[in-house]
Design a binder for this molecule. Structure first.
Ligand SMILES: [Zn+2]
Length: 349
């Protein structure tokens, strides 16, 4: 008898619910960490190694998990906030079986730098991405409305544009390019927090909800309003869920994805293990509706750039053809897709 990383994550989240308040955060952090482990804990033990080799696992946590492995506790189904997730170790083994999918991917289309809430400079994220083999990335720092994430004002966005242009001049000979993009905050009524003229010159705009994410009421209206907003191209982490914290928004997904396809918008597979948003079940509905898919790690550090496998595995599970995934386009093809897309959907944008 042994447990998967997903089951361990669930047990850690259950421990949080039973722990003293000051320990709850540590357990939630550990449960999220378990989703991001690169190897199955069972395999680590099987090969005679210590669980402390896994990211974020100390001696005490290792003993607790080993106890569970020896004698798995009886638990019921996870609550909605922990349902419909996979783990990174499983995703990586799926992608290992499709080396052409990892080899052919050209870009990571969501990441953050010190221009908003990332840990690393624009130059650092670009260099690390180039080392991973990409030919381009979309740098998607937050816009002004998301104060908690240090969102950029229009002036800061323009300054970032100049820094990216300089960097692209330097990296040109390496065949690498940074697309100037933005993760624009979208209100529940579907409006962006930047004026359309502030967005001129951007290569790509993601639109994401970051507020009123805990409501359990149907939010189809919110998605339809946002998708009809012509000022962004990709709906970022569509549900806004977070492992063990919130289940994400509810909507009539067939209607939402039909509207996205009609408006020529892509929907994102956010690769962060705690988000997995869209997951395979919803991504499959989006593919069936004819949507384009955009894969982004949502990395806020260099380590998180490696989350890309979660998105590739989700796209594979959803049956997404590569010619409908923006990341498999070249930078020029993606820029052309953004440019031509409004005509394709019959919108002026
Ligand atoms: Zn976001």
């Amino acid at each position: 008898m042994s447990l998967t990383n997903l089951q361990i994550a669930d047990l850690l989240a259950r421990s949080a619910a039973e722990a003293e308040s000051y320990r709850q955060r540590a357990y939630i952090k550990a449960s999220r960490g378990a989703l991001a482990w690169t190897e199955e804990a069972a395999d680590v033990l099987e090969s005679g190694r210590s669980l402390t080799e896994l990211f974020g696992v100390g001696d005490k946590l290792a003993r607790r998990i080993e106890g569970w492995m020896t004698e798995p506790p009886e638990v019921g189904d996870p609550p909605e906030s922990r349902s419909g997730f996979s783990s990174r170790s499983v995703s990586s083994s799926i992608v290992d079986g499709h080396p052409d999918w990892r080899g052919a991917i050209n870009a990571d289309l969501q990441m953050h730098s010190t221009y908003s809430d990332g840990d690393v400079t624009l130059e650092g994220m670009a260099a690390a991405s180039r080392e991973l083999g990409y030919s381009y990335i979309a740098l998607t720092d937050h816009s002004q409305g998301l104060k908690i994430a240090g969102g950029m004002s229009p002036e800061e966005l323009r300054a970032q544009g100049r820094a990216i242009a300089d960097l692209n001049d330097e990296m040109q000979d390496d065949g690498f390019r940074v697309l100037h993009a933005l993760e624009m905050n979208i209100s529940p009524s579907g409006e962006g927090d930047m004026e359309p003229e502030d967005l001129e010159g951007l290569d790509l705009v993601l639109g994401s909800f970051h507020s009123s994410l805990r409501t359990t009421d149907d939010q189809t209206y919110r998605y339809l309003a946002a998708l009809r907003n012509p000022n962004f191209h990709v709906l970022g982490h569509p549900r806004g869920r977070m492992y063990a914290t919130r289940a994400g928004l509810h909507a009539n997904w067939r209607r939402v994805f039909a509207e996205a396809a009609k408006m020529g918008k892509a929907v994102e597979i956010d690769c962060n293990p705690n988000r997995q948003d869209l997951n395979a079940a919803l991504a499959s509905l989006a593919v069936d509706a004819g949507c384009y898919i955009s894969i982004g790690t949502d990395a806020h550090s260099i380590r998180e750039l490696s989350f890309i496998d979660m998105g590739i595995a989700t796209a594979l599970a959803a049956g997404a053809p590569r010619d409908r995934i923006l990341n498999y386009m070249t930078a020029d093809e993606l820029v052309a897709w953004v440019r031509d897309r409004p005509q394709r959907s019959g919108q002026v944008g």
